[in-house]
Ligand binder design. Sequence first.
Ligand SMILES: O=C(O)CCC(=O)C(=O)O
Length: 273
Amino acid sequence: MRASLIQIGVDEDESVEARRARVASLVREQAGADLVVLPELWTTGAFAYESFATGAEPLRGPTYEAMAEAAREAGVWLHAGSIPERGEAPADGGPGAEGPLCNTSLVFSPSGALAAAYRKIHRFGFDKGEAVLMGAGDTLVTVPLPDTTLGVATCYDLRFPELFRGLVDAGAETLVVPAGWPERRRSHWTLLAQARAVENQAFVLACGTAGTHAGVPQAGHSIVVDPWGEVLAEAGPDEEILTVDFDPARVARTREQFPALKDRVLGLPPPTV
Ligand SMILES: O=C(O)CCC(=O)C(=O)O
């Protein structure tokens, strides 16, 4: 399988419309890949909190349309990263009522059909930013491809191993993590991507952003890790397309030859004091 991770530069001097058109064209250039991956919130920037509401779109909004078309024209599976999604207003909300905001990832099939939408479960920011501005998803999402099953997660989710175990229990073999990870915690990014790959004996395809927005320099360093925890490819700090060939059958082989996942002990009682 060939995967291309498009590590987009997200800077404030480019409009959302210009970036959307540029990214659509980069996706179209990946014809021949099996899977293309984009980062988290690449239209607005993951730290541009004040742009979440102004840049929000309905699920089937301009980014959906542009990415569906790009996936179809390139003939690729496309994890289009995430958008700030404005859900439908509640029917009884009264005039001016707005629906909830979510950090929603979109996955398209090579025909341009929506294969999955994943609403980020762990929101980042503690008592500010995404954690207060956006609603949380509550549903794990896997996407069956012809040669592997994707398990999807977004950025801060990478810190929560139980989410990934849930994806593995649901059949995931390739874990795809779009992100807008900041440079100041880059060491965590690399370490956690490798940890999720080793403990789940799965490929990890983690695609971040480059550039600086809202004063937060982004880490870049998108990374592809194999089920043994080895780094197959890693990007630098700037905008870059990271292309890697990998054999999805290695997941089953690794799990068979080193069957640690079978030794899980679940449901232990709490410690006694
Ligand atoms: O966990 C981190 O250090 C970064 C998370 C983040 O930036 C996000 O989820 O948007």
